[in-house]
Design a protein around this ligand. Structure first.
Ligand code: NAD
Ligand code: UFG
Length: 348
């Protein structure tokens, strides 16, 4: 059992991982500024884990860029924090093109502040949310961790920069122990339908958009391009169920604490891919709802095919995904049906 600091723990991946970490017996302090989430997510996480808020999970409203907030988080418990799981950040690729300063400030500046606070408080273990986006246009698929890192958006460059920063920090003194987890396409929801992805406004990503079309909130899905060099002309992605991803974090943390590697950089994906049309068909079949779609022009910055080579994750973490596309569609749909506006109300 460890005392963990979770940044951005109320977000989509953070909330599901908080649940898995509580179930694995860890105690959590969550530092959140709620810029893209609601504390309702963590209230439900506590309920699912059968713990009281303030008992094994403490919520602190604050910002990773603010030293006072970080001090409050690191001084919260008498016991020192054993490790940080760092989700806090901004993640919209298109927005990052419009607002690069904000993205570098939060994602890179915020991580610098966090690492400074860790150093002051003698905590040297961190799991970082990186992304498959660091690979840019992959030269070879499935993508191995040794592939060239060449991101094509400001968002991707902030993730690659943090990976470099973490390597520099790990080489500056003994004791640092770091995992950079490169997520592929996290989707789905907890099987209870109580927690899931709750985007503000128009979703950028495929799954939440498909869900909203299926329940009639949006008229049709626009598929960005039908002329890609794939079997049906639509792009292929490695979708990973968010609970598999959450379990991947538990596995990574265990390896960090047991073996104390300096830096582990690992893909978290299933190792196989589905096209947009295959996702739409699977979703229609699982939900018994129609998902009307129209094929439109390609979206700038998209790649044809992104699939993880997940061998290293299996060998190094002893972790493999357990849920398939049907599970992802079923759980995403159940969440959407029960929570049509996510954690928010219609008028938010
Ligand atoms: P999310 O937006 O749902 O969660 C991020 C959380 O961080 C939010 O709750 C937000 O309120 C919080 N936050 C943002 N800035 C903060 C700050 N300055 N201080 C404190 N809290 C702050 O996103 P997510 O999908 O759960 O992603 C989590 C992490 O994983 C992010 O770093 C993201 O870049 C990375 N990632 C996500 C995906 C994806 O497709 N969802 C893929 C690869 C990597
Ligand atoms: N797509 C559509 N219509 C939509 C939304 C998406 O056709 O309305 C297509 C996209 O063109 C792409 C596929 O569905 O071919 C998946 O798109 P997503 O936006 O869901 O995911 P991406 O692969 O573009 O990117 C996601 C995250 C990134 C992250 C990356 C790898 O948004 O932040 O996965 O982890 F870096």
């Amino acid at each position: 059992m460890a005392q963990l600091l979770i940044t951005g723990g109320a977000g989509f991946i953070g909330s599901h991982t908080c649940l898995a970490l509580l179930e694995a017996g860890h105690n959590l302090i969550v530092l959140e500024n709620y810029s893209n989430s609601s504390n309702e997510a963590l209230r439900r996480v506590a309920e699912l884990a059968g713990v009281r808020l303030g008992d094994r999970i403490t919520l602190l409203q604050g910002d990773i860029r603010n030293q006072e907030d970080l001090e409050m988080a690191f001084s919260q418990e008498k016991k020192t924090i054993d490790a940080v799981v760092h989700f806090a950040g901004l993640k919209a690729v298109g927005e990052s093109v419009q607002q690069p300063l904000r993205y570098w400030d939060v994602n890179v500046g915020g991580t610098c502040s966090l690492l400074g606070a860790m150093k002051r408080h003698g905590c040297r273990t961190i799991v970082f949310s990186s992304s498959a986006t660091v690979y840019g246009y992959p030269k070879k698929v499935p993508i191995q961790e040794t592939a060239i890192v060449q991101p094509i958006s400001p968002y991707g460059r902030t993730k690659a920069a943090v990976e470099k920063l973490l390597t520099d920090v790990s080489e500056s003194e003994d004791g640092w122990c770091i995992a950079c987890l490169r997520y592929f396409n996290p989707v789905g929801a907890h099987s209870s339908g109580r927690i899931g992805e709750s985007p503000y406004g128009m979703p950028n990503n495929l799954f939440p958009f498909v869900c909203q079309v299926a329940v009639g909130q949006r008229k049709e899905l626009k598929i960005f391009g039908g002329d890609w060099p794939t079997t049906d002309g639509t792009p292929v992605r490695d979708y990973i169920h968010v609970m598999d991803l959450a379990e991947g974090h538990c596995a990574a943390l265990e390896v960090l604490m047991r073996e104390r590697p300096q830096v582990l950089t690992i893909n978290l994906g299933c190792g196989y891919g589905y096209s947009v049309l295959e996702v739409v068909k699977a979703f229609e079949s699982v939900s018994s709802m129609d998902v009307p779609f129209k094929i439109v022009a390609r979206r700038p910055g998209d790649v044809s095919c992104s699939i993880a080579d997940s061998t290293l994750a299996a060998n190094r973490l002893g972790w493999v995904t357990r849920r398939n596309l049907v599970d992802m569609c079923r759980d995403a749909f159940a969440w959407q049906k029960d929570n049509p506006f996510g954690y928010f109300s219609k008028n938010d």
